[in-house]
Structure formats: structure tokens, C-alpha cells
Design a protein around this ligand. Structure first.
Ligand SMILES: [Zn+2]
Length: 266
């Protein structure tokens, strides 16, 4: 699928979600064989005669959107389309679109806990939101430039203990670590890291430019979706970007995401 116009039809989308939901077992009441009719919005148990809908047993419940609309929203979210883009297509409100984007984020799998291992790792911190609106948050991040795996975390201050705790839990001690010249990074050598710091005020950006770029990309993305940087969505946006970079296969197609993230009965 390379454009919204290529979204499969309602029957196809419904059947796909139905098969994901029920293929591993039959009826949720008696495990009997289910019959699926494309023309109906539910499957029907041959044994206990109960009607079961795929929506009702997954987190797609309580939605009056068609399966095809859910597919379209999912594809738009995967491809980073802003609500204005979709608004023109299936005729959904901005609120609905942003609520579904939030749902897709909420059902991403947890990031694996593996530390960044490749020998070179860039680390940096950035402010999100505005201080004068009292909603500013600090995010610290690490990236392996070679693999583009990342780790992101909201932190409460820029003390050495905070930076060190992040680095120790996310970066293997055999790594070479690149940071800016913030003094809270000064003792990373004592923790066993080979540490190089670069002074941004002297224009030395080249060795942390991947993580610097990532801040720009995430902030632009938030402005595109919300028109600002609403820090109440920050954690879920960071989780989304962690998944985008660490598990890119989830973003290839709606099927890829649904295979991994739709609740299954098992
Ligand atoms: Zn049954």
C-alpha cells in the first residue's frame, strides 16, 4: 500500500482482522468452530450459536469506524501523515484522528531492555515545551549511529546522578560515549566509559549530530500533529519514536503492526 486510495476494501480489512483475532482458537465461549460471513459484522459459533465480533474482543472495541477506516488511520499514522492529510480523505475529525494515533501508540510493544552495545554511542538532552507555560520537560536520549537504535527518557533535572543513571541503565560500559560539554557528563569516565565531550557553544556539533537531528525530527512531528509541543503527549510520542527506530518493521504496513499489536485470544 503506497497511498490511501490503495486501502483494501472493507471486506478484506474485516477478514484480515477477524483472522488475526480468531485464527488461533475458535469461539471464546466453547472453542467451537466459527463461521465468518463477509456481509456481516460478526462471526457466528456453530456450536453455541453466539455472535462474536472481532472488534469486541480486541482494543478496537467501542468504535463505530469501519475496519477500512481503521486501516486507513493506521497507515496514515505509520507514514507520519498529519491530521490535515487524512481530514481530506476519509472525512474524520481531528479529535478522532488524534485519539486513534494515541491508541496506536498505546498498543506498541514495550521496548526491549537491551542496552546500546555498538561501540560508539551519542548522548544528549533537550527541552520540550515552553518554560513560560510551565510545561517544559527535559528528555535525555542515546543513539547508536551505526544501527540507529535509540533510548529516550524524560528526566526531572540535569544533575550528574540523573545523567549517569540513564547512561548506566541504557548504554553498555564498553561503549565510547559522545556528549556535549555539560558538566553533569564529566564523571562518565569514572563509570568505565570512554567519554568524549564536544562544546556546542564553540560550534562542535559533528559528533552528536544524529541525536541532535532526532530532537528536531520529533519536535517537528509534534508540531505537525498538534500545532505545538503538548508535553502531556510527550511520553507516548517518545515511545512511538523508540519503536520507529528500534522496531521499524512495525511501521511498514498496517498488517505488520496489527500482527504484532492487536490483542489476540490464545
Ligand atoms: Zn461457542
Amino acid at each position: 500500500m503506497t497511498s490511501l486510495a490503495e486501502t483494501p476494501g472493507e471486506v478484506w480489512c474485516h477478514r484480515y482482522i477477524y483472522q488475526l483475532t480468531f485464527s488461533t482458537r475458535g469461539c471464546i465461549h466453547c472453542a467451537g468452530k466459527l463461521v465468518f460471513k463477509s456481509s456481516r459484522s460478526y462471526a457466528w459459533c456453530k456450536t453455541c450459536r453466539v455472535k462474536i465480533s472481532a472488534k469486541a474482543v480486541t482494543w478496537l472495541r467501542n468504535s463505530n469506524l469501519s475496519y477500512r477506516q481503521i486501516y486507513q488511520l493506521l497507515w496514515c499514522w505509520q507514514k507520519r501523515k498529519d491530521p490535515g492529510f487524512i481530514h481530506d480523505a476519509p472525512g474524520l475529525s481531528y479529535t478522532t484522528i488524534n485519539r486513534w494515533y494515541e491508541r496506536f501508540r498505546a498498543h506498541l510493544p514495550q521496548d526491549d531492555s537491551r542496552k546500546l552495545l555498538v561501540d560508539l554511542v551519542e548522548i544528549d538532552e533537550s527541552f520540550f515545551g515552553k518554560k513560560r507555560y510551565k510545561n517544559q520537560k527535559i528528555v535525555i536520549g542515546a543513539i547508536e549511529p551505526q544501527t540507529r537504535r535509540i533510548k529516550l527518557q524524560i528526566i526531572t533535572d540535569r544533575e550528574a546522578e540523573t545523567f549517569e543513571a540513564f547512561v548506566e541503565s541504557n548504554v553498555a560500559s564498553s561503549s565510547v560515549v559522545m556528549t556535549d560539554s555539560h558538566p553533569s557528563y564529566n564523571d562518565l569516565d569514572c563509570l568505565g566509559y570512554t567519554h568524549y565531550s564536544f562544546n556546542h557553544s564553540k560550534g562542535e556539533y559533528t559528533n552528536t549530530n544524529q541525536i541532535e537531528n532526532l530532537w528536531g525530527v520529533i519536535k517537528r512531528y509534534m508540531r505537525k500533529l498538534y500545532g505545538s509541543i503538548p508535553t502531556k503527549h510527550l511520553q507516548s510520542i517518545l515511545d512511538e519514536w523508540t519503536a520507529r527506530l528500534n522496531r521499524p518493521s512495525l511501521f511498514i504496513s498496517p498488517e505488520n503492526y496489527l500482527d504484532a499489536c492487536l490483542f489476540r485470544i490464545s
